[in-house]
Design a protein around this ligand. Structure first.
Ligand SMILES: *Cc1c(COP(=O)(O)O)cnc(C)c1O
Length: 494
Protein backbone atom coordinates (compact mmCIF):
# COMPACT_ATOMS: atom_id res chain seq x y z
CA UNK A 1 0.00 0.00 0.00
CA UNK A 2 1.20 3.49 -0.83
CA UNK A 3 0.79 6.83 0.90
CA UNK A 4 -0.16 10.11 -0.74
CA UNK A 5 0.30 13.68 0.38
CA UNK A 6 -2.76 15.63 1.56
CA UNK A 7 -1.58 18.68 -0.43
CA UNK A 8 -0.46 16.90 -3.60
CA UNK A 9 -2.04 13.52 -4.27
CA UNK A 10 0.33 13.08 -7.22
CA UNK A 11 3.08 12.30 -4.70
CA UNK A 12 2.87 8.67 -3.75
CA UNK A 13 5.43 6.94 -1.53
CA UNK A 14 5.93 3.61 0.24
CA UNK A 15 5.28 3.18 3.95
CA UNK A 16 9.05 3.20 4.57
CA UNK A 17 9.51 6.57 2.85
CA UNK A 18 6.45 8.05 4.60
CA UNK A 19 7.84 7.03 8.00
CA UNK A 20 11.42 8.16 7.31
CA UNK A 21 10.43 11.46 5.76
CA UNK A 22 7.74 12.33 8.31
CA UNK A 23 6.25 15.10 6.17
CA UNK A 24 5.91 15.52 2.41
CA UNK A 25 8.28 18.03 0.74
CA UNK A 26 5.54 20.52 -0.09
CA UNK A 27 4.29 20.49 3.51
CA UNK A 28 1.45 17.95 3.21
CA UNK A 29 0.93 14.94 5.47
CA UNK A 30 1.03 11.36 4.29
CA UNK A 31 -2.22 9.39 4.33
CA UNK A 32 -2.95 5.85 3.13
CA UNK A 33 -4.07 5.77 -0.51
CA UNK A 34 -6.92 3.45 0.46
CA UNK A 35 -7.85 2.21 3.92
CA UNK A 36 -8.01 -1.55 4.45
CA UNK A 37 -11.33 -2.82 5.77
CA UNK A 38 -12.15 -5.40 8.38
CA UNK A 39 -15.25 -7.63 8.34
CA UNK A 40 -17.09 -8.44 11.58
CA UNK A 41 -15.63 -11.93 11.34
CA UNK A 42 -12.08 -10.56 11.15
CA UNK A 43 -12.79 -8.29 14.12
CA UNK A 44 -14.15 -11.22 16.13
CA UNK A 45 -11.00 -13.20 15.31
CA UNK A 46 -8.90 -10.56 17.15
CA UNK A 47 -10.39 -11.76 20.46
CA UNK A 48 -8.19 -14.85 20.34
CA UNK A 49 -4.98 -12.83 20.01
CA UNK A 50 -2.70 -11.00 22.43
CA UNK A 51 -2.05 -7.27 21.97
CA UNK A 52 1.08 -8.16 20.04
CA UNK A 53 -0.91 -10.49 17.79
CA UNK A 54 -3.54 -7.83 17.17
CA UNK A 55 -0.86 -5.28 16.31
CA UNK A 56 0.56 -7.76 13.79
CA UNK A 57 -2.82 -8.14 12.04
CA UNK A 58 -3.37 -4.37 11.72
CA UNK A 59 0.19 -3.41 10.76
CA UNK A 60 0.36 -6.07 8.06
CA UNK A 61 -2.30 -4.16 6.10
CA UNK A 62 -0.41 -0.87 6.25
CA UNK A 63 3.29 -1.74 6.15
CA UNK A 64 3.24 -3.73 2.95
CA UNK A 65 6.86 -3.00 2.01
CA UNK A 66 8.09 -4.36 5.35
CA UNK A 67 8.78 -8.07 5.69
CA UNK A 68 6.76 -10.17 8.11
CA UNK A 69 9.92 -10.57 10.21
CA UNK A 70 10.55 -6.82 10.28
CA UNK A 71 7.03 -6.14 11.49
CA UNK A 72 7.17 -8.89 14.08
CA UNK A 73 10.60 -7.85 15.43
CA UNK A 74 9.54 -4.22 15.79
CA UNK A 75 6.22 -5.06 17.47
CA UNK A 76 7.79 -7.52 19.91
CA UNK A 77 10.53 -5.08 20.87
CA UNK A 78 7.90 -2.40 21.54
CA UNK A 79 5.33 -4.28 23.57
CA UNK A 80 6.87 -7.47 24.99
CA UNK A 81 8.14 -5.73 28.09
CA UNK A 82 8.20 -2.16 29.33
CA UNK A 83 4.44 -1.89 29.87
CA UNK A 84 3.02 -2.77 33.26
CA UNK A 85 0.10 -5.17 33.51
CA UNK A 86 -1.28 -7.93 31.29
CA UNK A 87 -1.59 -5.83 28.15
CA UNK A 88 -0.15 -2.48 27.00
CA UNK A 89 -3.75 -1.29 26.55
CA UNK A 90 -5.97 -2.49 29.34
CA UNK A 91 -9.73 -1.99 29.48
CA UNK A 92 -11.34 -1.29 32.85
CA UNK A 93 -15.04 -1.05 33.66
CA UNK A 94 -16.07 1.53 36.24
CA UNK A 95 -18.96 0.86 38.64
CA UNK A 96 -21.06 3.52 36.90
CA UNK A 97 -20.86 1.66 33.56
CA UNK A 98 -18.16 3.64 31.79
CA UNK A 99 -15.10 1.93 30.38
CA UNK A 100 -11.58 3.32 30.59
CA UNK A 101 -8.92 2.30 28.08
CA UNK A 102 -5.64 2.61 29.99
CA UNK A 103 -2.79 3.59 27.69
CA UNK A 104 -0.49 5.06 30.33
CA UNK A 105 1.32 1.93 31.53
CA UNK A 106 4.46 2.45 29.47
CA UNK A 107 7.93 3.53 30.57
CA UNK A 108 7.08 7.26 30.66
CA UNK A 109 3.53 6.98 32.07
CA UNK A 110 1.79 8.69 29.12
CA UNK A 111 -0.01 7.21 26.12
CA UNK A 112 2.68 8.48 23.75
CA UNK A 113 4.67 5.37 24.69
CA UNK A 114 2.16 3.31 22.69
CA UNK A 115 3.55 4.84 19.49
CA UNK A 116 7.04 5.90 20.51
CA UNK A 117 8.08 2.46 21.72
CA UNK A 118 7.31 1.16 18.22
CA UNK A 119 8.47 4.04 16.00
CA UNK A 120 12.26 3.47 16.43
CA UNK A 121 11.96 -0.12 15.22
CA UNK A 122 9.83 0.95 12.26
CA UNK A 123 12.34 3.67 11.33
CA UNK A 124 15.31 1.32 11.49
CA UNK A 125 13.65 -1.20 9.15
CA UNK A 126 12.40 1.60 6.89
CA UNK A 127 15.97 2.90 6.47
CA UNK A 128 17.06 -0.59 5.40
CA UNK A 129 14.11 -0.93 3.02
CA UNK A 130 15.03 2.26 1.16
CA UNK A 131 18.75 1.42 1.26
CA UNK A 132 19.74 4.39 3.36
CA UNK A 133 22.81 3.88 5.53
CA UNK A 134 24.36 6.39 7.90
CA UNK A 135 22.92 7.69 11.09
CA UNK A 136 19.53 9.20 11.92
CA UNK A 137 19.41 12.25 14.17
CA UNK A 138 16.00 12.71 15.77
CA UNK A 139 15.24 16.26 16.89
CA UNK A 140 12.13 16.96 18.92
CA UNK A 141 10.58 19.95 20.63
CA UNK A 142 8.37 18.95 23.52
CA UNK A 143 5.89 20.48 25.90
CA UNK A 144 6.53 17.54 28.21
CA UNK A 145 5.25 14.08 27.32
CA UNK A 146 6.51 13.63 23.76
CA UNK A 147 10.14 14.38 24.56
CA UNK A 148 10.45 11.88 27.36
CA UNK A 149 8.56 9.19 25.41
CA UNK A 150 10.79 9.79 22.37
CA UNK A 151 13.98 9.67 24.48
CA UNK A 152 12.90 6.42 26.08
CA UNK A 153 11.87 4.94 22.72
CA UNK A 154 15.08 5.84 20.87
CA UNK A 155 17.59 5.40 23.68
CA UNK A 156 20.47 3.21 22.54
CA UNK A 157 18.65 2.47 19.24
CA UNK A 158 21.41 1.45 16.78
CA UNK A 159 22.25 4.02 14.13
CA UNK A 160 20.27 6.74 15.88
CA UNK A 161 20.89 9.77 18.04
CA UNK A 162 18.15 11.82 19.65
CA UNK A 163 18.13 15.35 21.01
CA UNK A 164 15.14 16.87 22.79
CA UNK A 165 14.52 20.56 23.44
CA UNK A 166 12.01 21.67 26.06
CA UNK A 167 10.91 25.14 27.23
CA UNK A 168 12.72 26.14 30.43
CA UNK A 169 9.41 27.50 31.67
CA UNK A 170 6.58 25.23 30.81
CA UNK A 171 7.04 21.60 31.84
CA UNK A 172 6.02 20.08 35.18
CA UNK A 173 8.66 19.30 37.83
CA UNK A 174 8.26 15.57 37.23
CA UNK A 175 8.47 16.00 33.46
CA UNK A 176 11.65 18.08 33.79
CA UNK A 177 13.29 15.48 36.02
CA UNK A 178 12.23 12.66 33.72
CA UNK A 179 14.17 14.29 30.90
CA UNK A 180 17.16 15.60 32.86
CA UNK A 181 17.87 12.09 34.22
CA UNK A 182 17.41 10.29 30.90
CA UNK A 183 19.74 7.33 30.44
CA UNK A 184 21.31 6.13 27.20
CA UNK A 185 24.49 6.71 25.23
CA UNK A 186 22.83 8.42 22.25
CA UNK A 187 20.59 10.99 23.95
CA UNK A 188 20.79 14.74 24.47
CA UNK A 189 18.45 17.06 26.37
CA UNK A 190 18.51 20.85 26.38
CA UNK A 191 16.28 23.50 27.93
CA UNK A 192 15.43 26.58 25.87
CA UNK A 193 14.79 30.04 27.35
CA UNK A 194 11.12 30.80 26.73
CA UNK A 195 7.92 28.89 26.14
CA UNK A 196 6.93 25.95 23.93
CA UNK A 197 6.33 28.13 20.86
CA UNK A 198 9.90 29.48 21.04
CA UNK A 199 11.25 25.95 21.37
CA UNK A 200 9.18 24.59 18.51
CA UNK A 201 10.07 27.49 16.23
CA UNK A 202 13.74 26.87 17.00
CA UNK A 203 13.50 23.19 16.06
CA UNK A 204 11.57 24.00 12.88
CA UNK A 205 14.33 26.47 11.92
CA UNK A 206 16.93 23.72 12.26
CA UNK A 207 14.89 21.44 10.00
CA UNK A 208 14.75 24.10 7.27
CA UNK A 209 18.44 25.11 7.59
CA UNK A 210 19.79 23.76 4.28
CA UNK A 211 23.43 24.52 5.08
CA UNK A 212 23.25 22.61 8.33
CA UNK A 213 21.51 19.68 6.60
CA UNK A 214 24.28 19.58 3.99
CA UNK A 215 27.01 19.56 6.62
CA UNK A 216 25.20 16.72 8.38
CA UNK A 217 24.51 14.72 5.23
CA UNK A 218 28.19 14.89 4.27
CA UNK A 219 28.93 13.15 7.52
CA UNK A 220 26.20 10.57 6.82
CA UNK A 221 23.77 12.04 9.35
CA UNK A 222 20.11 12.48 8.41
CA UNK A 223 17.66 14.61 10.37
CA UNK A 224 14.30 13.14 11.27
CA UNK A 225 11.45 13.94 13.62
CA UNK A 226 9.38 11.91 16.07
CA UNK A 227 6.56 14.42 15.79
CA UNK A 228 2.94 13.23 15.93
CA UNK A 229 2.35 14.06 12.26
CA UNK A 230 4.62 11.12 11.32
CA UNK A 231 2.52 8.24 9.97
CA UNK A 232 4.67 5.93 12.09
CA UNK A 233 3.16 7.51 15.19
CA UNK A 234 -0.46 7.34 14.06
CA UNK A 235 -0.46 3.76 12.87
CA UNK A 236 0.36 2.14 16.27
CA UNK A 237 -2.57 4.07 17.73
CA UNK A 238 -5.13 2.44 15.43
CA UNK A 239 -4.30 -0.90 17.03
CA UNK A 240 -5.58 -0.07 20.50
CA UNK A 241 -9.03 0.89 19.27
CA UNK A 242 -9.43 -2.51 17.63
CA UNK A 243 -7.93 -4.12 20.71
CA UNK A 244 -10.37 -2.32 23.04
CA UNK A 245 -13.30 -3.53 20.94
CA UNK A 246 -11.96 -7.08 20.95
CA UNK A 247 -11.68 -6.90 24.75
CA UNK A 248 -15.28 -5.66 25.02
CA UNK A 249 -16.33 -8.64 22.90
CA UNK A 250 -14.29 -11.12 24.99
CA UNK A 251 -15.74 -9.76 28.20
CA UNK A 252 -19.27 -10.10 26.82
CA UNK A 253 -19.83 -6.36 27.24
CA UNK A 254 -20.90 -5.86 23.60
CA UNK A 255 -22.39 -8.03 20.86
CA UNK A 256 -20.45 -8.28 17.62
CA UNK A 257 -21.45 -5.28 15.52
CA UNK A 258 -22.73 -3.21 18.44
CA UNK A 259 -21.36 0.31 18.26
CA UNK A 260 -19.31 1.96 20.99
CA UNK A 261 -18.33 5.60 21.50
CA UNK A 262 -14.82 6.73 22.35
CA UNK A 263 -14.10 9.90 24.34
CA UNK A 264 -10.58 11.16 23.66
CA UNK A 265 -8.62 13.96 25.38
CA UNK A 266 -7.38 15.85 22.35
CA UNK A 267 -4.49 18.17 21.52
CA UNK A 268 -2.79 17.61 18.20
CA UNK A 269 -5.69 15.39 17.02
CA UNK A 270 -3.50 12.27 16.59
CA UNK A 271 -5.13 9.97 19.10
CA UNK A 272 -8.71 10.67 18.02
CA UNK A 273 -7.76 10.54 14.33
CA UNK A 274 -6.56 6.97 14.88
CA UNK A 275 -10.04 6.20 16.24
CA UNK A 276 -11.57 7.72 13.10
CA UNK A 277 -9.37 5.51 10.92
CA UNK A 278 -10.48 2.48 12.94
CA UNK A 279 -14.12 3.47 12.34
CA UNK A 280 -13.53 3.91 8.62
CA UNK A 281 -11.86 0.48 8.56
CA UNK A 282 -15.07 -1.14 9.78
CA UNK A 283 -14.77 -1.03 13.57
CA UNK A 284 -18.30 -0.49 14.96
CA UNK A 285 -17.83 3.02 16.36
CA UNK A 286 -20.70 5.41 17.04
CA UNK A 287 -19.58 8.88 18.03
CA UNK A 288 -16.03 10.11 18.59
CA UNK A 289 -16.14 12.54 21.50
CA UNK A 290 -13.40 15.12 21.01
CA UNK A 291 -12.57 16.59 24.43
CA UNK A 292 -10.65 19.85 24.80
CA UNK A 293 -9.60 21.99 27.74
CA UNK A 294 -10.02 25.80 27.75
CA UNK A 295 -8.13 25.86 24.45
CA UNK A 296 -11.40 24.97 22.77
CA UNK A 297 -10.62 25.67 19.12
CA UNK A 298 -11.75 22.16 18.13
CA UNK A 299 -15.01 22.41 20.06
CA UNK A 300 -15.93 25.53 18.13
CA UNK A 301 -14.85 23.95 14.86
CA UNK A 302 -17.04 20.88 15.33
CA UNK A 303 -19.96 23.10 16.37
CA UNK A 304 -19.72 25.71 13.63
CA UNK A 305 -17.29 24.64 10.89
CA UNK A 306 -15.06 27.63 11.61
CA UNK A 307 -11.51 26.92 12.73
CA UNK A 308 -10.19 30.03 14.40
CA UNK A 309 -6.68 29.84 15.88
CA UNK A 310 -6.62 33.57 16.69
CA UNK A 311 -7.65 33.32 20.30
CA UNK A 312 -6.00 33.62 23.70
CA UNK A 313 -3.70 30.75 24.55
CA UNK A 314 -4.42 29.23 27.99
CA UNK A 315 -1.91 27.35 30.13
CA UNK A 316 -4.05 24.69 31.80
CA UNK A 317 -3.80 21.70 34.14
CA UNK A 318 -3.78 19.47 31.04
CA UNK A 319 -0.71 20.96 29.30
CA UNK A 320 -0.43 18.28 26.60
CA UNK A 321 -3.70 19.61 25.21
CA UNK A 322 -2.66 23.28 25.24
CA UNK A 323 -2.62 23.59 21.47
CA UNK A 324 -4.23 26.03 19.04
CA UNK A 325 -3.11 24.42 15.78
CA UNK A 326 -4.05 20.75 15.78
CA UNK A 327 -1.74 19.46 13.04
CA UNK A 328 -3.40 16.10 12.44
CA UNK A 329 -6.76 17.71 11.72
CA UNK A 330 -5.35 18.26 8.23
CA UNK A 331 -5.65 14.54 7.56
CA UNK A 332 -9.30 14.40 8.64
CA UNK A 333 -10.15 17.43 6.49
CA UNK A 334 -8.50 15.82 3.49
CA UNK A 335 -10.72 12.74 3.89
CA UNK A 336 -13.87 14.80 4.53
CA UNK A 337 -13.11 16.79 1.36
CA UNK A 338 -13.15 13.54 -0.56
CA UNK A 339 -9.39 13.61 -1.13
CA UNK A 340 -9.40 17.02 -2.84
CA UNK A 341 -5.78 18.19 -2.38
CA UNK A 342 -6.45 21.62 -3.95
CA UNK A 343 -9.34 22.42 -1.63
CA UNK A 344 -7.33 21.22 1.35
CA UNK A 345 -4.30 23.32 0.36
CA UNK A 346 -6.53 26.39 0.13
CA UNK A 347 -7.78 25.87 3.69
CA UNK A 348 -4.25 25.37 5.02
CA UNK A 349 -3.04 28.53 3.28
CA UNK A 350 -5.93 30.45 4.83
CA UNK A 351 -4.94 29.14 8.23
CA UNK A 352 -1.36 30.36 7.80
CA UNK A 353 -2.32 33.73 6.31
CA UNK A 354 -5.47 34.60 8.28
CA UNK A 355 -5.31 32.29 11.28
CA UNK A 356 -8.66 30.77 10.38
CA UNK A 357 -10.76 28.96 7.80
CA UNK A 358 -14.34 27.79 7.46
CA UNK A 359 -15.51 24.56 5.86
CA UNK A 360 -18.63 24.18 3.74
CA UNK A 361 -21.96 22.81 4.94
CA UNK A 362 -21.41 19.32 3.51
CA UNK A 363 -18.04 18.89 5.18
CA UNK A 364 -19.48 20.18 8.44
CA UNK A 365 -22.33 17.70 8.41
CA UNK A 366 -19.93 14.83 7.62
CA UNK A 367 -17.71 16.01 10.48
CA UNK A 368 -20.63 16.10 12.89
CA UNK A 369 -21.84 12.68 11.82
CA UNK A 370 -18.67 11.17 13.34
CA UNK A 371 -17.59 13.71 15.97
CA UNK A 372 -18.95 15.53 18.97
CA UNK A 373 -16.81 18.34 20.42
CA UNK A 374 -16.83 19.62 23.97
CA UNK A 375 -14.56 21.42 26.40
CA UNK A 376 -13.95 21.65 30.10
CA UNK A 377 -12.09 24.26 32.19
CA UNK A 378 -9.60 23.66 35.02
CA UNK A 379 -12.17 24.02 37.79
CA UNK A 380 -14.38 21.34 36.28
CA UNK A 381 -11.31 19.17 35.60
CA UNK A 382 -10.44 19.29 39.32
CA UNK A 383 -14.07 18.59 40.32
CA UNK A 384 -14.21 15.64 37.94
CA UNK A 385 -11.03 14.10 39.38
CA UNK A 386 -12.52 14.36 42.88
CA UNK A 387 -16.00 13.13 41.97
CA UNK A 388 -14.86 10.17 39.91
CA UNK A 389 -12.47 9.15 42.68
CA UNK A 390 -15.13 9.40 45.35
CA UNK A 391 -17.98 7.83 43.40
CA UNK A 392 -16.16 5.26 41.31
CA UNK A 393 -12.92 4.68 43.21
CA UNK A 394 -10.94 5.52 40.08
CA UNK A 395 -8.16 8.10 39.91
CA UNK A 396 -7.96 10.18 36.71
CA UNK A 397 -5.13 12.40 35.50
CA UNK A 398 -6.21 15.91 34.39
CA UNK A 399 -6.21 15.03 30.65
CA UNK A 400 -8.37 11.97 31.12
CA UNK A 401 -10.62 13.94 33.48
CA UNK A 402 -11.34 16.39 30.64
CA UNK A 403 -12.50 13.49 28.47
CA UNK A 404 -14.65 12.08 31.28
CA UNK A 405 -16.36 15.44 31.84
CA UNK A 406 -17.05 15.95 28.14
CA UNK A 407 -18.37 12.37 27.84
CA UNK A 408 -20.85 13.29 30.61
CA UNK A 409 -21.87 16.43 28.73
CA UNK A 410 -22.36 14.42 25.56
CA UNK A 411 -24.58 11.86 27.29
CA UNK A 412 -26.64 14.61 28.95
CA UNK A 413 -27.02 16.60 25.74
CA UNK A 414 -27.88 13.79 23.37
CA UNK A 415 -29.45 11.05 25.52
CA UNK A 416 -27.25 8.67 23.51
CA UNK A 417 -26.95 5.54 25.64
CA UNK A 418 -24.27 3.88 23.48
CA UNK A 419 -21.54 2.33 25.65
CA UNK A 420 -18.65 4.72 25.97
CA UNK A 421 -14.93 4.12 26.38
CA UNK A 422 -12.93 6.99 27.86
CA UNK A 423 -9.34 6.93 26.65
CA UNK A 424 -6.86 7.44 29.54
CA UNK A 425 -3.68 9.17 28.40
CA UNK A 426 -1.49 9.75 31.48
CA UNK A 427 -0.83 8.42 34.94
CA UNK A 428 -2.35 10.67 37.63
CA UNK A 429 1.08 10.58 39.28
CA UNK A 430 2.62 12.38 36.35
CA UNK A 431 0.50 15.44 37.23
CA UNK A 432 0.68 14.76 40.92
CA UNK A 433 0.44 18.37 42.14
CA UNK A 434 -2.90 19.02 40.42
CA UNK A 435 -4.35 15.62 41.29
CA UNK A 436 -3.37 15.91 44.96
CA UNK A 437 -4.91 19.34 45.14
CA UNK A 438 -8.09 18.08 43.48
CA UNK A 439 -8.50 15.39 46.14
CA UNK A 440 -7.35 17.24 49.24
CA UNK A 441 -7.65 20.93 48.46
CA UNK A 442 -4.06 21.31 49.63
CA UNK A 443 -1.20 22.38 47.38
CA UNK A 444 2.06 20.44 47.70
CA UNK A 445 4.96 22.08 45.90
CA UNK A 446 7.54 19.34 46.42
CA UNK A 447 6.81 16.76 43.72
CA UNK A 448 8.35 13.82 45.60
CA UNK A 449 6.42 14.59 48.77
CA UNK A 450 3.29 14.87 46.65
CA UNK A 451 3.96 11.43 45.10
CA UNK A 452 4.26 9.91 48.58
CA UNK A 453 1.17 11.69 49.86
CA UNK A 454 -0.99 10.69 46.93
CA UNK A 455 0.24 7.10 47.22
CA UNK A 456 -0.59 7.01 50.92
CA UNK A 457 -3.97 8.64 50.38
CA UNK A 458 -5.18 6.42 47.56
CA UNK A 459 -3.26 3.20 48.18
CA UNK A 460 -2.44 3.13 44.46
CA UNK A 461 1.20 2.23 43.84
CA UNK A 462 3.38 5.01 42.42
CA UNK A 463 4.56 3.78 38.97
CA UNK A 464 8.22 2.68 39.33
CA UNK A 465 9.47 4.95 36.50
CA UNK A 466 8.31 7.92 38.61
CA UNK A 467 9.22 6.73 42.12
CA UNK A 468 12.70 5.76 40.88
CA UNK A 469 13.36 9.32 39.65
CA UNK A 470 14.35 10.32 43.15
CA UNK A 471 17.57 8.31 43.18
CA UNK A 472 18.60 9.17 39.63
CA UNK A 473 21.54 11.39 38.75
CA UNK A 474 20.79 14.53 36.76
CA UNK A 475 22.74 14.22 33.49
CA UNK A 476 21.51 17.23 31.53
CA UNK A 477 21.58 20.84 32.72
CA UNK A 478 22.28 22.71 29.46
CA UNK A 479 20.07 25.76 28.93
CA UNK A 480 20.33 27.93 25.80
CA UNK A 481 18.72 30.84 23.99
CA UNK A 482 16.78 29.94 20.86
CA UNK A 483 19.55 31.33 18.64
CA UNK A 484 22.06 28.89 20.15
CA UNK A 485 20.00 25.76 19.40
CA UNK A 486 21.80 24.87 16.13
CA UNK A 487 25.20 25.02 17.84
CA UNK A 488 23.83 22.88 20.68
CA UNK A 489 22.94 20.29 18.04
CA UNK A 490 26.38 20.46 16.41
CA UNK A 491 28.19 20.04 19.70
CA UNK A 492 25.88 17.16 20.63
CA UNK A 493 26.90 15.17 17.53
CA UNK A 494 30.65 15.86 17.87
C1 LIG B 1 -0.22 14.19 23.81
C2 LIG B 1 -1.24 14.02 24.86
C3 LIG B 1 -2.61 14.25 24.60
C4 LIG B 1 -3.13 14.74 23.26
O1 LIG B 1 -3.03 13.75 22.26
P1 LIG B 1 -3.15 14.17 20.71
O2 LIG B 1 -2.86 12.93 19.96
O3 LIG B 1 -2.09 15.22 20.51
O4 LIG B 1 -4.51 14.70 20.49
C5 LIG B 1 -3.53 14.01 25.62
N1 LIG B 1 -3.12 13.63 26.85
C6 LIG B 1 -1.81 13.40 27.14
C7 LIG B 1 -1.44 13.00 28.51
C8 LIG B 1 -0.83 13.58 26.16
O5 LIG B 1 0.46 13.39 26.47
Amino acid sequence: MNYISTRDTGRSVSASVAILQGISEEGGLFVPEKLPSFTPKQIAALTGLSYIGRAGVILEKFLTDFSETQRRTAINAAYESGFEGDSPAELKKLPGGRYVLELQRGPTCAFKDMALQLLPGLMAHAAKNVGRGGETLILTATSGDTGKAALEGFRDAPGTKIMVFYPAEGVSAIQQLQMATQEGGNVGVCAVEGNFDTTQTGVKAIFTDKALAERLNKRGIYLSSANSINWGRLLPQIVYYFSAYADLLSLGEVELGERVNFAVPTGNFGNILAAYYAKEMGLPVGRLICASNQNDVLTEFIDTGRYNARRPFHLTLSPSMDILISSNLERLLFHLLGGDDKALSTLMTELIENGEYTVGAEVLSELRRSFFGGSCDDKRTMDTIKQVYEREGYLLDPHTAVAMAVADDYAAKTADSTKTVVVATASPYKFVEAVTEALTGVQEDDAFLALERLGALTGLPVPPPLSELKGKAVRFTQRVEKAAMPSAVESFIQ
